[in-house]
Design a protein around this ligand. Sequence first.
Ligand SMILES: [Zn+2]
Length: 467
Amino acid sequence: MDRENVWKNYSDKQITELERINEEYKDCLDSGKTERECVKLAVERLREKGYVSLEEKKNSGEELKPSDKVYAVCMGKSIAAFHIGSEPLERGMNILGAHIDSPRIDVKQNPLYESEEFAYLDTHYYGGIKKYQWVTLPLSLHGVIAKKDGTVTEVNIGEKDTDPVFTITDLLVHLAAKQMEKKASLVIEGEKLDLLIASRPLTEAEGLNKEEKNAVKAKVLKLLKEYYGMEEEDFVSAELEIVPAGKARDLGLDRSMILAYGQDDRVCAFTSLFALLDVPEVKRTACCILVDKEEIGSVGATGMHSSFFENVVAEMIALGGNESELKVRRALQNSKMLSSDVSAAYDPMFAENFEKRSSAFFSKGLVFNKFTGSRGKSGSNDANAEYLAQIRKALDEDEVAYQFAELGKVDAGGGGTIAYIMANYGMEVIDSGVAVLGMHAPWEAVSKADVYEAYKGYKAFLCNCQD
Ligand SMILES: [Zn+2]
């Protein structure tokens, strides 16, 4: 079943819309490089379209009614947004779910040290990365410093043209004879991923204590005090994430692709959000959830395993004027979901790792994975054939391009998504997403045509899957 490259048949009008969606997408990638930044940005966009927080709705004393738009945030790192349909919530929702955490390098809680007049931040990587890919790149620092007095200061260094950047060094090739013999997983070891942040000592004129042996570190502490009013101890309650510095860029002479950090899974997250924002009045409540912690197993209060989403649905049922545990269960069980996560794009440079007939290709539209998992579909949500048929119908109605694929060859490896977690409620779930080249690398590539088809596909799912 060969699918055509969608670029061949776009009208001028479609190209204009494709460009608009992709420009908006790139803007979101630039301002959303961490889960916190993504939630902040989502809240801004939702509020522009008339969404209010569930708290505000509750405090207003009004009941939740059709065409209301509400959202709830969990600890600044996950968000669920709803466009209420004309049917009661217990009949089920159409849910788009994606994750907004991406592989990166995190700063440890006691990170700052000096060695031979260099100052470093000690780190621990987050998610599955090839560690050797993260050295010798310009890196930026994003996150928050929470202080004992209750204040939370945002940190973002390395993104503006005038900002400094940071880096992780690698051994020069001239002395790397031994290193080059090592296995790729050991070429750069986890504890060697420390971030170089300074090299200039504090002077006595600047207030250096004569006994102080670590003058470079002292200088860093002085600067941190100046910039953020923080003490070294405050690192304990900070969340600082190291990500590639720089903006999303058009890729290719023909500008047909985008190269950017964190497209797994923000390419699905932002297109899902755009789809929800553009959804007209619907029968079944439209929902978009953007969650944290997928890359480390969907654990924690802000991951998909947490009760956050279920609690929000319970609150909404109560706000609809008829609090009932049974109705909450019905609302969840009767829902349909697209678990939107990226797919591995077929890469001719590594053809031996793919099975061509079950591969996801660039510019052939939204990718569906009936199942994921590894070793005989283990750990996978295997979507129902009947549900697949419904989805095909919904997408065909809006002429969305889509393809069915698997993650690589059988037994080549594997991966999971949030699909199986939501399937626990008894709802219909299928994995869908955009094909990515170089997944989990500092810079990942996608096709602009696939970004556009994802947006169209997500919108078609929210609007057309009505029974
Ligand atoms: Zn991933």
